[in-house]
Design a protein around this ligand. Structure first.
Ligand SMILES: NC(=O)c1ccc[n+]([C@@H]2O[C@H](COP(=O)([O-])OP(=O)(O)OC[C@H]3O[C@@H](n4cnc5c(N)ncnc54)[C@H](OP(=O)(O)O)[C@@H]3O)[C@@H](O)[C@H]2O)c1
Length: 273
């Protein structure tokens, strides 16, 4: 099973990293990219370059698509699907829940078995410890694919609904961007008031964020309620202080949106008693 041939469709930063990790693990890899000239290094390391997407799909027991977006997947694969040949496609292109469900239906119409995926890594961390790949779709297919694609990141199945991998991927990215917005705001504040940004990042921001990460994730909630131990009145006052300190420092208001949404949550909790 592990030696099933794999075709990678798309050699952008991520597709190239996926192909590289698979070659590193000794897998038999065929690659294709819309714009030629991106396969040189991979070919030198043992990959085979297909001259068309049809050839790539035909070469592999398993095809992995990693393209820009849902539209590019349909554009790239569409012509090749006019000759229904079955096969298996794992789509590691980011997209929405609806797009993943519709893609599953579209491919199913051609007899293609389909797993949707979400890559929880960036190109330099593909296949490294801690990286993982979300998959959704038929469990038996996941069980077949997981050992084959193990080298690109720990396989993690999230359910039969093909939209689930996209859902968790997008939601997790939203968490990451929120964290990034907070870090950008923190650095802007330190910079605006003449602090040493690099020292602050190393000695304060990182250890603080590491300490608070588990509590932050555990405390994320869709309800209006805030646990008593959070003391929403105190939190609201603290958030107002950070917002006024930001205004005093002239830090752009758009960097503080995450503070306002936290403040509103605390204020609603105070109002609700
Ligand atoms: N990079 C990351 O950190 C990261 C992390 C997690 C997930 N992802 C996801 O991985 C996917 C690929 O990302 P990337 O970083 O590799 O992007 P990228 O470097 O911009 O590469 C995009 C790839 O899509 C191809 N492409 C675009 N439109 C196409 C079309 N109409 N037909 C055929 N091929 C087309 C490009 O081919 P050409 O060379 O011909 O333009 C290229 O191979 C995205 O969905 C992204 O969200 C990326």
């Amino acid at each position: 099973m592990r030696h099933e041939r794999i075709s990678i469709v798309g050699l952008g930063a991520m597709g190239s990293a996926l192909a590289s990790a698979l070659l590193e693990a000794g897998r038999e890899v065929t690659v294709w990219n819309r714009t030629p000239g991106k396969a040189g290094e991979l070919v030198a390391r043992g990959a085979r370059e297909a001259s068309s997407v049809e050839e790539a799909i035909g070469a592999g027991g398993l095809t992995v698509a990693c393209l820009l977006d849902d539209a590019s997947v349909r554009e790239a694969l569409g012509p090749a699907l006019r000759k229904p040949a079955g096969g298996t496609l794992v789509n590691l292109t980011s997209g929405s829940v609806r797009q993943a469900r519709e893609l599953a239906g579209w491919l199913g119409g051609y007899g293609v078995r389909f797993l949707a995926g979400g890559i929880m890594a960036v190109p330099p961390t593909v296949g490294t410890e801690g990286s993982f790949i979300l998959y959704s779709g038929a469990r038996d297919l996941f069980d077949r694919v997981a050992p084959v694609l193990g080298p690109i990141g720990r396989p993690h199945w999230v359910g039969e609904d093909p939209g689930l991998a996209a859902l968790y991927d997008m939601a997790a990215l939203s968490g990451m961007y929120g964290m990034g917005a907070g870090a950008d705001h923190a650095v802007a504040l330190v910079h605006a008031e003449g602090g040493d940004v690099e020292t602050f990042k190393r000695e304060v921001l990182r250890p603080w964020m590491e300490q608070m990460l588990p509590i932050t994730v555990a405390g994320a909630d869709v309800s209006e309620s805030v646990p008593d131990e959070y003391n929403p009145a105190m939190q609201a006052t603290g958030l107002e202080t950070i917002l006024s300190a930001s205004a005093e420092a002239g830090v752009p208001a758009d960097l503080a949106g995450h503070l306002r949404s936290s403040l509103w949550r605390m204020q609603r909790a105070v109002t609700a008693g």
